[in-house]
Design a protein around this ligand. Structure first.
Ligand code: PLP
Length: 418
């Protein structure tokens, strides 16, 4: 039976995809599409390649403008072949929200926040996981496992539940409580591990044989990056087919940064933009800044950091398998990597909420703190058009207490209320 249009997601209809093959990100070795893959033979991430000449014939600015605004409008350059395998939970295009309270304080053009907290499961992880789980369904995978700092596991659990795929999640034992509970409630088996995300990743790797699961760790399968790249496609279209001057991205595993960099190259190859690129800024927390250390050292790969700690749990990733791809994108773009302290992250989170009404997640707040630090240090100009990624809803994280109370049976002291 042909799949007909979703009532609310008109882009979930039969359209061709122009996937041609997969390619090792390190060696360029080719791999066939349409079969199950993890890492390449040399243990590096695989990237999905498309016949972009054919995409170019089909996708024009006008065709895209006529489609509803969501990530599935880019179907020709996404990997899922059969429409019935798309396990959508209503992925929306996320808004661009200027934050004047930041611009005004510095006499700068207000940075624009791309608010990814509006997606299903409240984070941008939905983009990557809807793609990876849809592809798992397409390729007949029945059981999946992943290590997570919280949001990725929540998205995986939700999409696996929707797809009828069994899922196992391993997270550090201090992962935000809401994440652990949402993962469990959305049907995954979730385990708290007394270690960091790398330790959780080792459990997933070690269990492959005994448990027969597929390892969905960041960049250890090829499709999460394809979902994440829609952040870049969507951004450029929303900006009227222009790239911003600079993008601040909270970098853990770096899938989003790598994905956006891939998106810009593909947009150029299909003639929708020229060679212009934004400067890509990898934002990390001072307590866990392997990419920043490598950037400063001029290294191609990052040394894992010991004792990683930060309130921005999503970017507490001591070692990233795609480190060379992150560093390459940052360098090629003329960008930089920058670390910010937890105090600065919380201070700006609280200030932007109180004075601007925008509740950033700590990782999103890290990009705002980095934007302020970069202005101070002269790394960007006050006239630069900057985009900050707020990767999750601020509602998912601990907030300062608010426990003022009124006894309605007593006279009210209005002076105390003012
Ligand atoms: C809220 C949030 N921001 C940023 C990140 C880091 O994303 P990436 O792996 O693309 O670097 C994560 C990942 O867990 C996250 O949950």
């Amino acid at each position: 039976m042909p799949h007909t249009a979703h009532m609310t997601q008109p882009n979930i209809v039969d359209r061709p995809t122009f996937v041609s093959h997969l390619e090792c990100a390190a060696t360029g070795e080719r791999y066939p599409a349409d079969t199950v893959h993890g890492l390449s033979r040399v243990g590096k991430p695989l990237l999905v390649r498309y016949d972009l000449d054919r995409v170019r014939d089909v996708l024009s600015r006008a065709v895209l403008a006529a489609r509803a605004p969501d990530m599935w409008k880019w179907r020709e350059m996404l990997p899922v072949r059969a429409t019935a395998n798309i396990v959508s939970l209503g992925e929306v295009a996320t808004p661009l929200v200027p934050v004047p309270v930041l611009g005004d304080r510095h006499g700068a053009v207000a940075p624009i926040v791309k608010d990814e907290g509006r997606l299903p499961t409240g984070s941008f992880k939905a983009r990557g996981l809807v793609m990876a789980v849809s592809m798992a369904k397409e390729l007949g995978i029945r059981r999946i496992a992943m290590p997570t700092n919280g949001n990725a596991g929540a998205a995986m659990a939700a999409y696996c539940a929707a797809a009828g795929i069994e899922s196992y999640v391993f997270c550090p034992d201090d992962t935000p409580e809401v994440n652990v509970r949402e993962i469990a409630l959305q049907g995954a088996k979730v385990w708290r591990v007394n270690g960091l995300i790398g330790d959780c990743g080792r459990i997933v790797g070690d269990g492959r044989e005994a448990m027969g699961w597929f390892d969905l760790s960041t960049l250890k399968e090829p499709y999460r990056i394809e979902g994440k790249k829609t952040m870049g496609l969507e951004l450029v279209e929303q900006l009227g087919w222009q790239v911003p001057d600079v993008i601040f991205y909270p970098t853990g595993g770096g899938t989003g940064l790598i994905g956006m960099w891939k998106a810009f190259a593909e947009l150029e190859a299909i003639g929708l933009i020229g060679p212009e690129r934004p400067r890509m800024v990898a934002v990390q927390a001072s307590g866990c800044a392997p990419i920043v250390n490598a950037w400063k050292a001029g290294a191609d790969h990052a040394e894992p950091v010991a004792n990683a700690h930060t309130v921005a749990s999503g970017i507490r990733v001591p070692g990233a398998i795609g480190d060379f791809l992150i560093l390459n994108a940052v360098r090629e773009s003329g960008g930089f990597a920058i670390a910010v302290d937890d105090d600065a992250i919380i201070e700006v989170r609280d200030r932007v909420a109180r004075e601007g009404g925008f509740l950033l997640c700590p990782e999103g707040a890290a990009t705002a703190a980095a934007w302020e630090a970069a202005l101070d240090q002269g790394l960007i100009a006050r006239t630069d058009r900057a985009v900050l990624y707020n990767c999750a809803s601020g509602l998912k994280y601990p907030m300062p207490p608010a426990d003022a109370a009124i006894d309605r049976h007593q006279p009210i002291d209005w002076a105390a209320i003012r």
